[in-house]
Design a protein around this ligand. Sequence first.
Ligand code: CMX
Length: 132
Amino acid sequence: MRIDHVGIAVRSVRESLIFYRDSLGLAVSREEEVPSQKVRVAFLKHPQGDGAGLELLEPLGPDGAVAKFLAARGEGLHHLAFRSGDVAADMRRLKEAGRPPLDDAPRPGARGHRVCFVHPKHCHGVLVELVG
Ligand code: CMX
C-alpha cells in the first residue's frame, strides 16, 4: 500500500500553516471540519501534487481522539494513512492477521473517503489509518 498522508496533531491549523504552507511551500488542497472525528483539518501536498500529503488536525473541542492526544503528548505525529483499494477487505485481512481495526466497518472520514483505524498497539506504536 502506498502512503496517502501523514497526520500531525496541532493546536491550531491556522498557526501551523505558517510553517507548513508559508515556510515549506506546501500547497493546501483542502480544508474542512470533520464533526464525526471532532477535528478541523487541512490537507497539504507538494505544489506539483505528487507524493504523500500531510493532514494537519486541530481538535474542534475538548474531547475527541486528537484533543486527548494533544493533552497527553502535545503536538506531533498522530497517524500514518495508507491508501486502500478496498477498505472492508483490508479490514478483514488485518483482523485475520490479529490486528483488528478499531471499528467493525469503514466509517466516513475527511474528503468523503471511507476510513478505518488500527490501534498503535497493533502497529509498532503508530496509529494506522486505511483510506478508501
Ligand atoms: N499514536 C501513537 N500512540 C498513541 C496514539 C497515537 N495517535 N494515541 C494514543 N496512543 C497511545 C497512548 O499514548 C497510550 O500509550 P501508553 O499505554 O503507552 O501510555 C495508548 O496508546 C493508550 O491507548 P488507549 O487507551 O486506547 O488510548 P486513547 O483513549 O488515547 O485512544 C485511539 C487511542 C487510537 C483508540 C484513539 O485515538 C482513536 O480512536 N483513534 C482513531 C480516530 C482518530 O484518531 N481520529 C482523528 C483523525 C481523524 C482524521 O484523520 O480525519
